[in-house]
Design a protein around this ligand. Structure first.
Ligand code: AMP
Length: 440
């Protein structure tokens, strides 16, 4: 199958040629003809499936072929996204896809001054990407009007609800014309998402390109049990010994991100970070430096878990497991994109066993465990499986180890401390990693 056979016009085909997109991905093959025909779409598609082009290409085509010229302060198609980073990224993709078309696209999001955005909107925008909060601000200040709106896309709808945007969304929905085309993309489907889909979509085409709530199959996933306080040390050890090339590492808290970044910089590793406390320009700069390969390790909170598209990212590390199991799927979706293979390793401590169990239930598989010989935890991580069972009373090890003095004997003697059951999945850490280092 080719993009031409899906009915796309020449300027779009030329742009795709330039980007070296040869064959439509499954979500593109299904969504493009349906959107061109004007149908609503409900798609269960995670990031990495090519969903952006799946909705952007046909919308750009329709905006070119149909409707009148955009009036000042108006928008003709609107894409709502949960985060600023995703808004920027989508806008970049849309600009690339539409580079040969006479259309204007733009992204608005919070955390930066609203005035330049108001100025930009004055001329009118054909395709606007927006986060809900900032768009509502702009709407309330009459900087944007929706009477010309012909299409609405909700991208990463589940994340928008997770981030608490449902009130803003409701207010925006009432401001939009009822006659319009609506496309809803979500990686996971809670009752709230289903309800939203029921209210917003008319006879939608249902697209499901991978099993619901399943993690990308092209990603090899495993975990390494470790004591909480030794995570940084283990990360540094793995980074050096496994010759990791480029790593996106997720840490639970902003403070944790900063601490890991400092430890990496102190060890002479080019690192940067993104989290909610950092101003938007420095977040974008960190991402750009990481994409350009100037930075080897990018530490992030879950603000970066969605939508970020980084070419050929070989490895995602969960320094901490996410509190919300679905975020695991989004985090590891940063690797193994568009058919490439990726790796996702989680450093798991005993405190995180319930989070681990919830993740395994969600992805319907138990994660393989590999122990690192110098980092066998004092506080063993109980065995879990995809049924949600946590083996609470594992056998105690016969002899306490005092090797390395970490934790010491006292730790082993704690009364209710879980220890490892006989684990058949325990293997040596595989020798994955980046390209061999070039000799100077
Ligand atoms: P998305 O799921 O939309 O974030 O896309 C994931 C990645 O796949 C992005 O880097 C896209 O540029 C890339 N991509 C999307 N569609 C194709 C295609 N048909 N051929 C090659 N790469 C693609």
């Amino acid at each position: 199958m080719t993009f031409a056979s899906l009915g796309l016009i020449d300027p779009l085909l030329r742009a795709l040629d330039g980007l070296d997109y040869r064959t439509p991905t499954p979500v593109q093959a299904q969504a493009i003809p349906a959107v061109l025909k004007g149908r609503d779409v409900l798609a269960a598609a995670q990031t990495g499936t090519g969903k952006t082009a799946g909705f952007a290409l046909p919308l750009l085509q329709k905006l070119t072929m149909e409707g009148s010229q955009v009036a000042s302060n108006s928008v003709r198609a609107l894409v709502l996204v949960p985060t600023r980073e995703l808004a920027e990224q989508l806008q970049q993709s849309i600009q690339q896809y539409g580079q040969h078309l006479p259309l204007r696209s733009y992204a608005v999001y919070g955390g930066v001054s609203i005035n330049p955005q108001m100025m930009k909107l004055r001329k009118g925008i054909d395709l606007l990407v927006a986060t809900p909060g900032r768009l509502l601000d702009l709407y309330r200040q009459n900087a944007v009007k929706f009477d010309q709106l012909q299409a609405l896309v909700l991208d990463e709808a589940d994340r928008m609800l997770d981030l608490g945007f449902s009130r803003e969304l409701d207010e925006l929905f009432t401001a939009l014309p009822r006659r319009r085309q609506t496309l809803l993309f979500s990686a996971t489907f809670s009752d709230a998402i289903r309800q939203m889909a029921k209210e917003l979509l008319r006879d939608p085409l249902n697209i499901e390109v991978s099993p619901r709530n399943a993690a990308a199959t092209s990603v090899k996933q495993w975990l390494i049990p470790v004591d909480k306080k030794r995570k940084s040390e283990l990360f540094l050890h793995l980074y050096r010994n496994k010759r990791w090339d480029q790593v996106l590492v997720f840490v639970k808290t902003r403070k944790g991100v900063d601490e890991l970044e400092q430890a990496l910089l102190a060890a002479g590793i080019a690192a940067d970070s993104i989290h909610g406390d950092k101003p938007q320009p420095s977040r974008l700069r960190a991402l750009q430096r990481f994409k350009a390969g100037e930075v080897r390790v990018l530490a992030a909170t879950d603000v970066a878990a969605r939508g970020l598209d980084i070419d050929d990212l070989p490895l995602v590390v969960n320094f901490d497991l996410p509190i919300v199991a679905e975020d695991y799927v989004h985090r590891i979706g940063r690797t193994g994109r568009a058919g490439a293979t990726g790796q996702a390793v989680s450093l798991v401590c005993a405190d995180e066993v319930q989070l681990l169990s919830a993740i395994e239930v969600l992805i319907r598989q138990s994660l393989a465990r590999y122990e690192e010989s110098d980092f066998i935890p004092d506080h063993r991580v109980p065995q879990t499986d995809a049924t949600g069972q946590v083996l609470k009373k594992p056998k105690k090890p016969k002899k306490p180890k005092v090797v390395g003095g970490k934790g010491g004997l006292g730790k082993w003697m704690e009364a209710d401390e879980p220890s490892a059951p006989p684990v058949k999945a325990v293997r040596k850490v595989p020798s994955f990693g980046g390209k061999p280092k070039k000799k100077p």
